[in-house]
Design a protein around this ligand. Structure first.
Ligand code: ADP
Length: 478
């Protein structure tokens, strides 16, 4: 049983309620977590509010040391964190060890570096004899709500910049995968953050709703579904809370006639199926030059069928389980729907007959733009292949959906690549490569894929307010 962390102390929920978290590889209960209700939310927001002024005034170089120390503690406890992440989310242990845990530590280090470099500017103003300068100030109390696919890394994407900028935080991990965040918060407490600066509420959508609606929350940073993102816009409207939203995606991957097809197949298998496709930037609709479409589809189907499906802790596994029974059913319903609409299921597309939530990746040929499988986010191991005849169609087809998180282009022609990169409306374009996040770059979406950007200098914008200070330098006031 794990507790809530509020004001520097661990405690159960005021109601005493808890909820189980399951191992997706076998459906068994790993442990239970306190389910925070409105009273706990109120206490956590109160603790964050109370700590806010002192934390905002905490010397920047000492803030940096705390964040750096979190990274050191993550590395010192790397194996335990990787195992927790894998057991709770189904992520391959190798991915947890090589991507999630180091990526989390790196994020804390990157933003530790920023602490001492968040600066205002002196701006020239038209008003005579006047000094004008800007200050970057913390937004205040930030509610950080994270999803189940990469719980540890996404927690870091929010915690590290929010704290670097001098905000206090309440983190609410997804109810399916809370355990690595609980451990991370323990490590943050060990690192020595003052009480109330970092608070943890475990719980489900109700906890998230109460947190987002709390009037003393200044900012909500959310990663999850577009549907919940929209509800948060409403929740934020009353108090005009600041919002960063990283929402759904349906990334197009364009495979031009001149692409190195074997490299494209290898890259797109990973782009589509990494973490069983449970990635918001996953390549999820494949526009292939008609001359190469059959060859691409056959090779993708053969490649997908050869991937070993198994539990995250088996080093032979390449595809782990989906996160939950509910999610598996949703993925399967999309696959059945595509078959019903007339897409040609070339391979896979069914549940694996074993305990846990395993699913064979589905490869579809003959998909058209109007089919749901080409338009809706599945968030699972599904590869719909669409053919194109004229490269001039591509921009309109790629941009036709409400989503705009990521896109990928596979070609040997630099001018095709960069012309498309400029015209596709998405927050990240990957040319001849898989999708990767990096703390120093930018992450976020156009259109219904979200508001604002995470990572890099953009995260500093997301977690600060800018204030202009004017001083009249002449004699007396004018
Ligand atoms: P998914 O569809 O991938 O499960 P969700 O968008 O439902 O993602 O959930 C992402 C996170 O948002 C989780 O931490 C979840 O508990 C939380 N959440 C779900 N519904 C709400 C809501 N209405 N308000 C605030 N948080 C919510």
């Amino acid at each position: 049983m794990s507790d809530l962390f509020i004001g520097g102390a661990w405690s159960p929920a005021a109601t005493g309620r808890s909820f189980p978290t399951l191992n997706p590889a076998d459906g068994t209960v790993i442990t239970t977590c306190a389910e925070a209700g409105p009273a706990d939310v109120d206490r956590a927001v109160g603790a964050a509010r109370e700590a806010a002024d002192a934390w905002a005034a905490h010397p920047e170089h000492l803030r940096a040391r705390l964040l750096w120390r979190v990274a050191d503690l993550i590395e010192a406890n790397a194996e335990e964190l990787a195992e927790l992440e894998s057991r709770d989310s189904g992520q391959l242990l190798g991915v947890a060890r090589e991507v999630s845990v180091p990526g989390t530590a790196e994020h804390f280090r990157y933003f530790a570096g920023w602490c001492t470099k968040i600066q205002g500017a002196v701006l020239p103003v038209a008003f005579p004899d006047t000094l004008h300068y800007t200050r970057r100030e913390p937004v205040g109390v930030c509610a950080l709500i994270t999803p189940w696919n990469f719980p540890l890394m996404i927690a870091a994407w929010k915690l590290a910049p929010a704290l670097a900028c001098g905000n206090t935080v309440i983190i609410k991990p997804a109810e399916q995968t809370p355990l690595s965040t609980v451990r991370l918060v323990e490590l943050m407490s060990e690192a020595g953050f003052p009480p109330g600066v970092v608070n943890l509420l475990t719980g489900g959508p109700g906890t998230g709703r109460a947190l987002a609606a709390h009037p003393a929350v200044d900012k909500i940073s959310f990663t999850g579904s577009t549907e919940v993102g929209r509800s948060l816009v409403s929740a934020a409207a009353g108090g005009l809370k600041r919002l960063t939203l990283e929402l759904g995606g349906k990334a197009p991957s364009i495979i031009a006639a001149d692409a190195d097809l074997d490299a494209a197949v290898a890259g797109n298998l990973t782009g589509a199926l990494f973490h069983s496709g449970q990635v918001c930037a996953a390549y999820a609709r494949f526009y292939v030059d008609r001359k190469r479409a059959d060859e691409f589809t056959e090779k993708m189907a053969a490649g997908a069928a050869a991937l070993r499906i198994g539990p995250g802790d088996d080093p032979a596994s390449w595809l782990g389980p989906l996160v939950s029974e509910e999610h598996l059913r949703s993925v399967d319903a999309h696959v059945r729907g595509a078959v019903y609409e007339g897409a040609d299921l070339v391979g896979g597309g069914r549940r694996v007959d074993r305990p846990g939530f395993f699913y064979e990746p589905a490869v579809f040929a003959g998909v058209t733009d109007d089919m749901a499988i080409a338009r809706e986010e599945v968030f699972g191991p599904v590869i719909p292949v669409l053919a194109y005849d004229d490269p001039d169609e591509l921009v309109a087809r790629a941009n036709a959906l409400e989503y705009g998180l990521a896109a990928s282009i596979w070609t040997r022609d630099l001018s095709t690549a960069h012309r498309l990169a400029a015209r596709i409306r998405a927050g990240a374009i990957f040319i001849n490569m898989i999708h990767v996040p990096d703390a120093a770059t930018t992450w976020g979406g156009y259109k219904a894929s979200g508001w604002g950007r995470e990572m890099g200098p953009y995260a500093i914008d997301a977690y600060t307010e800018v204030k202009g200070v004017w001083t009249h330098l002449g004699p007396g006031s004018r």
